[in-house]
Design a protein around this ligand. Sequence first.
Ligand code: 26W
Length: 835
Amino acid sequence: MSSLTNPIKNHPNDHVFDLPPLPMDAEGLARDFKRYYAHTFGRDRDCQSAYYPYKALAITLRDRLMERWKRTRQAYDDAGGKRAYYLSLEFLMGRTLSNAMLNLDIDNAVETGLYDLGLLLEEIASSEPDPGLGNGGLGRLAACFLDSCATLQLPVRGYGLRYEYGMFRQLIEGGEQVEEPDHWLRDGNPWELERPEFTQRIQFGGRTESYRDHAGRMAVRWVDTHDVLAVPYDIPVPGYRNETVNTLRLWKAAATDEFDLDEFNAGSYPESVAQKNAAEHITMVLYPNDASENGKELRLRQQFFLASASIKDVLRDWIRLHGPDFTRFAELNCFQLNDTHPAVSVAELMRQLMDEHHLEWEAAWNIARQTMAYTNHTLLPEALERWPVRLFRQLLPRILEIIFEINARFLAEVALRWPGDTDRQRRMSLIEEGYEPQVRMAYLAIVGSYSVNGVAALHSELLIEGLFRDFHELWPEKFNNKTNGVTPRRWLSMCNPELHGLLNETIGSGWVRNLEELAKLVPFAEDAAFRERWHGIKQANKARLAEVVAQLCRVEFPVDALFDVQVKRIHEYKRQLLNILHVIHLYNRIKRGDTESWTPRCVLIGGKAAPGYVMAKQIIQLINRVACVVNKDPATAGLLRVAFVPDYRVSLMEVIAPGTDLSEQISTAGKEASGTGNMKFMMNGAVTIGTLDGANIEIRDQVGADNFFLFGLTAAGVESRRHHYDPNGIIANDPELMDVMNLLESGHFNQFEGGLFDAVIMSIRNPHDPWMTAADFHGYIEAQECAAAAYRDRERWLRMSVFNTAHSGYFSSDRTIGEYNETIWHLTPTPPASL
Ligand code: 26W
């Protein structure tokens, strides 16, 4: 590549780049669309597939993004201000097309232009694959954050991996989860731009040796490595109607052109080609584990691959703009680590600065700990990443040396502060000793960062009182909270256009950028005509959801029923089991004729279980068996329906959130770091039934206790109950729970398959049940009864619904990102020159 001269670069003037702005009106858009459809893709009216219209439209829009993208880059370079990098193994972006049209403010023009050609935009948009490059909340949060950074015109770049296979597709067969690979890139991705010119070389394996550098100083080099190329693919991230287009840069692994000479000379040509293949496996597949680490070597390779490539990219850019002088680097750069997944970056930044750019330890360390910031997303001990020292030594020997050195210096600091407290040194060490010593990635992240944050007020509190207590004692100023948020563009404007319209008409359009303006809705809750329109929109959204449920689950959801929804990853701590116990309780009531002043209810549950998480998979099966029994029993007609929606993902949530009445947020208190689905439901006018956990607490504070159905133990209550938790006593003393357990234990939902749900049942009866499902059952069914009663009073419910939307302003990710910027990043908003 470098041996060729670039004919454009050497052109005597810049006019090759001077292009008139592209038209943004219906006619101009339709013209480009037709040209791409006919001339680029060679299709005509006989083509049956909606896929080519989608591709033609995508490229039409991408051209518009491209002009703004270049100007945004230019503005950031010209300003020379500080930049931030969001490092994440997951970005759950969802579909791009509708979001790009909304943010470019051409949704109406496109719709008109296509309509004139006899095409339906909605049909075209729904043929876009939904890229699932994330597991759940953490990955989707990263995507919402990028949207807000672009909308606030902050110079922030996302760095991630371009997985060939995203999150598996979930099929339900005979009530059980079956996983199917998701080859989302098969037909290409029109939104990405390959940038081979910025390819980086990443080292693995080998050994280290010391040598004297040109100045006679001792230095270390990492040699005999097996290298892999990292090729960047850029995805445009448009801000909301502001001309800014930021970048998400995803790395793909590619083999180098070299052969393993030893193998080659030994005559094993096929083996040496196969090795190249292995290099490309690094970015083949997303690990589908949510909240449990499994210590696989390939996963550590992915983490280092992301860290090394991204840091090299940033340092290359730095040298391009500032030359090889790093004195101002920390002042002008910062890295936000999305959980510990990219935490190896701390050591990798040190390595590059010392071994490749010849800085001394002290200088490199000062840069690392002034540029790295770490966000924790979970308190669950099983989700805390630890890597065997053995694995590090084999895969990343130089990185291990650096981690040992960081640890030695850190423990000396601890010893200085608490002389003789060896127990504390052992507790705080980056290395957990034992039969198989492990590197504690969270501790590496804390020691190497200037900021450590949790994702909701309670979560941040629990972190400093528990998991990170010792570190908080040492460095209290490092710790802070940033309550999560979600982007109102995707999660209100785009997914609920009817409500968007009503809001604009009622309070103006400022709320899209400044969500706190939704508070102006409060007085309208008292306006009966307004409530009627609110109701009409909700019912239309429920009808749209009911259609999807009918199609995917073969279950009819009548729109007058209460739509009660829980969608999220399946995990014991999230307690989908508690939800289904309530369903069984309602079924029992129906069977015993206890249906006076009944509220018809449709219960929808969805979510994926990690493929190796046996209990979560059984819970899915139980939900499906209960649904089957309930739905086909004539006694439940018009009273109760239950469905499990397969393959829950971003594009499904875009239909589910607007059509939901009651949002289920029922985790064991102290276990859900924040939750973000809870915020999407609230914005769309659902009322929450929930525990005092994560951001639920702040949701309730905002909307008021009267507009939230609260139940259950507090986080402190859960911990104090542990010592004397007696689920069997609770069951024996609660006739309704007893009835539920009896029906479950009788095998009513697993006829002819004795014992199928024994493990699930035993977990409820286990005195060591960490999730204390039985403890919260009674409170839960009482709160459900309150919700049912509230729903029967239509005007009361509508007021609650309006209040929920009206008080959701705090949960905009614009607010969250504003706080990250105010207290951690300190970036200057930098608008591009307009076209
Ligand atoms: C090592 C594998 C692994 C993978 C994912 C460990 C841990 C995770 C996380 C727990 C993932 C996650 O999605 N956490 C969620 O992050 C959201 C955004 O902050 C929060 O809203 C959720 O409460 C939290 O569970």
